[in-house]
Design a protein around this ligand. Structure first.
Ligand SMILES: *Cc1c(COP(=O)(O)O)cnc(C)c1O
Length: 436
């Protein structure tokens, strides 16, 4: 597999280099040189595959010889022991992507990446430092994906007071090779500090740095798997296929477009935004104007400058017109989101997390705007997190308690350990070097 930089100012690389580096030296983003359609045989056999079997076929198709078949099988089998069921909720289907260890869809990307990096470093003598900025869910997924993987240290930066209690517990209580830094600032500050670290010559000379945000191609590749797995579960595959994707950094949506390029017959992907609507505004006006993120109840989507925007632009050669053939975007405020959670519970006895509710609203708006009959389409909403992770928001709305899954109980009892830090790059750099 060969990958190029979206800025095209640095050479193409193989998968190992792209994954370990995270970012190309020209500060673009890595993209696969070729995304070919899956062979007909794959689609003919799809019904017989388990999730892991299907994931292996897709990964093998994309990655080729960069990882030998037996190793790739092991990576997939270690990463995926949980399912992604498609559930009918009202007029739409909801793809539940929250059955992994951290109860959110990021487990799909992070676990694959953790295993893959562990594989690439299996004979390495120098420890690799993974730096992650998180607005909530990335941190816990990455921490779990790398927990106890030999040769890897993980540093997680998160905005103080801006993630939920459960999220914080999930990445501050693990210990071992995982360290959490609490930044006095916003998620964008955290993301900036990580980006600066990758661009800092001295740091890169002294430490082996790697990223694990959705900018790492190792997280995007596996996120394409479940779009195809949703399709596998559809009763009538002949109906037009739509996905609504609750979006923040747009890794999930970009992965859906990879699936489309691999031959999944998606008519349209709906980008569902909360009040952080820079992408929706871009689709409406053609003007991309990043801004500071604002806080919402769907906080994992509070992103003011989505990191995968460059990949989207690259895929559509900077043409909004071409992008719009495949992608529609809508934005919703917290009141609309809260009402959607309430309505879905009252009408269908189904509990949405706030992010999934934004996705549900996106699908509703699209179906209405296009005047489609929901009975004659396959309308799939990606459910990105278990509602219990946002119990503080959801429980008062539905006036009921959400049962905490067993795998979360023990984490809630753990003791928080974090390093408090101001949003100052020199402070962060000094800290990193002191841990060398
Ligand atoms: C990260 C996250 C999102 C946004 O996904 P992107 O790939 O960044 O667009 C949506 N919902 C939840 C629960 C998340 O954790």
């Amino acid at each position: 597999m060969q990958l190029y930089s979206t800025k095209r100012q640095s050479p193409n690389v193989g998968l190992k280099e792209a994954v370990l580096k995270g970012l190309p030296p020209d500060n673009g983003l890595y993209m696969p040189c070729i995304i070919q359609e899956l062979p007909q045989q794959f689609w003919d056999n799809l019904a017989t595959y388990s999730f892991a079997e299907m994931a292996y076929e897709i990964a093998q198709h994309l990655i080729g010889d960069d990882v030998p078949a037996e190793d790739l099988k092991k990576i997939i089998n270690n990463a995926y022991y949980f399912d992604a069921p498609l559930i009918e909720v009202g007029d739409f289907s909801v793809l539940e992507l929250y059955n992994g260890p951290t109860l959110a869809f990021k487990d799909f990307g992070a676990r694959f990446m953790g295993q893959l990096i562990g594989y690439f470093l299996r004979n390495n003598d120098k420890e690799v430092n993974i730096l992650v900025a998180t607005s909530g869910d990335t941190g816990s997924a990455v921490a779990q994906g790398f927990l106890n993987v030999p040769g890897i240290k993980v540093t997680i930066l998160y905005p103080k007071g801006k993630v939920s209690h459960i999220q914080e517990q999930q990445f501050t209580t693990l210990g071992a090779n995982i360290t959490a830094i609490e930044i006095d600032g916003t998620f964008d500050d955290c993301q900036y500090l990580v980006k600066q670290a990758f661009l800092d010559a001295e740091l890169n000379q002294r430490l082996k740095l790697s990223s694990a945000n959705s900018i790492n191609i190792a997280r995007l590749i596996p996120q394409s798997f479940y779009f195809i797995y949703a399709y596998k579960q559809l009763e009538d595959k002949s109906l037009p296929l739509y996905f609504s994707v609750p979006s923040g950094n747009f890794g999930n949506l970009t992965a859906g477009l990879f699936a489309k390029r691999m031959g999944l017959p998606i008519e349209k992907i709906i980008a569902a935004n909360n009040a952080n609507d820079v992408f929706t505004l871009y689709c409406e006006t053609g003007n991309y104007a990043p801004k500071a993120s604002v806080r919402t109840i769907s906080n994992a989507m509070d992103v003011g400058n989505p990191s995968n925007f460059a990949r989207l632009m690259d895929m559509y050669e900077d043409s909004l017109e071409r992008l719009s053939e495949n992608v529609s975007a809508y934005a919703f405020n917290d009141d609309q989101t809260a009402n959607c959670i309430k309505d879905c519970f009252e009408s269908y006895n189904y509990v949405l997390c706030p992010h999934t509710a934004v996705g549900y609203l996106g699908m509703q708006e699209f179906i209405e705007e296009q005047d489609l009959n929901p009975l004659y389409v396959n309308a799939i909403v990606l459910s990105t997190a278990h509602p219990v992770k946002f119990g503080e928001v959801v429980e008062p709305l539905i006036q009921a308690f959400i049962k905490i899954p067993d795998r979360l109980q023990s984490i809630l009892k753990g003791k928080k350990k974090s390093v408090l830090m101001s949003a100052d790059f020199d402070v962060f750099k000094t800290w990193l070097l002191s841990k060398e």
